[in-house]
Design a protein around this ligand. Structure first.
Ligand code: FAQ
Length: 311
């Protein structure tokens, strides 16, 4: 009963073998990977916007150089990830079209605005911090091209996280106004960062399959808890307060326990109703349209060259 190739595929997964693009894979596995990798790529590309907003206003040359490099890194991550998705048979043009016409999902976190300079440090510390917590296990994902792309991405994200925390540490060691800027930013970014890990396990439709296929190695709630346990002490060390009156340390389990997550807000942002959803997609659409002449010129040049070489 069943396709014998599926049994062989599952045996390879169970034996921790990597699946490569030309290997047999069940349609569901392919679809899940295209979905996750494309969403991940879109997140990197849309994720350039909130930080890009502050490049011209960075407070020093050193901060500006680090921010420029970080935003370029995110662009690079998006490109490796689109390549990984392309190996599964989905074209980049199709993925781009889905992003600019609002059909594709990308991480909820990038629909929040960067109102102050402190938000740039906060994104590095919290958003890149959450990203690496989720992405380190993806280096062991069963699909080869995705797993390999994640290795370099994680090294870069880890640098981003450190530069973000260092920025917030600096603000916290500054004037009372600077410290207040950091606290205000943490108040706005804490809960959205917690939501980056996705719905709680009971509501996560894809987790069971993705865990069986070893695409995901931990559930959403497991990774969220690891992030909370790592981050709360970092906040306390620099004198910041987590905006959660119910936060408490459980001596028995050794874990920090948080209050209720506002899942209504999460759903609203996923449905397009976050503070910046429309702006983000519009900015991407404008970039796509304004860059059309570059793609046309590159294509015309490549065609001319190919024609000359075949003469
Ligand atoms: N936002 O059944 P599950 C970065 C969707 S880091 C929006 O649990 P799954 C670096 C989910 O897609 C951010 N949608 O799904 C950076 C699904 O919808 P669908 C990107 C979300 O896939 C830092 C539905 O809810 N990282 O970019 C979110 O098993 C700084 C049901 O959820 C990744 O993409 C959300 N937060 O688990 C860049 C990592 N959560 O497709 C710039 C790879 C869930 O059925 C600056 N992805 N949904 O319509 C993953 O690990 C997984 O896809 C999860 C979700 C964990 C995000």
């Amino acid at each position: 009963e069943g396709d014998p190739r599926e049994a062989r595929f599952m045996a390879r997964i169970d034996a921790e073998e990597r699946i490569e693009p030309n290997d047999f894979m069940p349609e569901g596995y392919r679809k899940t990977l295209v979905r996750q990798i494309a969403q991940h790529a879109h997140s990197e590309i849309i994720g350039m916007l909130p930080e890009g907003n502050w490049i011209t206003r960075a407070p020093s040359l050193r901060r500006k150089a680090a921010l420029l490099a970080k935003v370029q890194d995110e662009g690079g991550h998006g490109l490796y990830l689109y390549c990984a998705a392309e190996t599964l048979g989905k074209s980049r043009e199709e993925m781009m079209d889905e992003l600019v016409d609002g059909r594709a999902k990308y991480s909820s976190i990038f629909n929040y605005p960067t109102l102050t300079w402190a938000d740039i440090g906060m994104i590095g510390w919290l958003v890149d911090g959450a990203a690496i917590m989720n992405q380190i296990p993806l280096c062991r994902c069963s699909f080869g091209p995705y797993a390999r792309a994640m290795i370099r991405i994680c090294k870069e994200e880890s640098f981003h996280q450190r530069q973000g925390y260092e920025q917030i540490m600096t603000l916290c060691a500054g004037t009372p106004e600077q410290k207040e800027l950091a606290q205000d930013s943490l108040n706005r970014w804490w809960w959205p960062s917690i939501m980056m890990f996705g719905p709680s396990d009971g509501d996560s439709v894809h987790s069971a399959k993705s865990m069986a296929w070893k695409i995901k190695r931990f559930t959403n709630d497991e990774l969220r808890q690891k992030f909370i346990d790592a981050t709360v002490p970092q906040a306390h060390r620099i004198g910041l307060e987590i905006p959660d009156p119910d936060l408490k340390f459980n001596e028995e389990t050794g874990h920090w326990e948080i209050g209720e997550i506002d899942w209504e807000e999460f759903k609203r942002v996923l449905a397009g109703g976050g503070p910046c959803n429309a702006d983000r997609v519009a900015a991407r659409k404008a970039a796509q349209e304004n860059g059309a002449w570059v793609r046309d010129a590159a294509l015309a040049y490549a065609q001319k060259r190919a024609a000359r070489e075949s003469e």
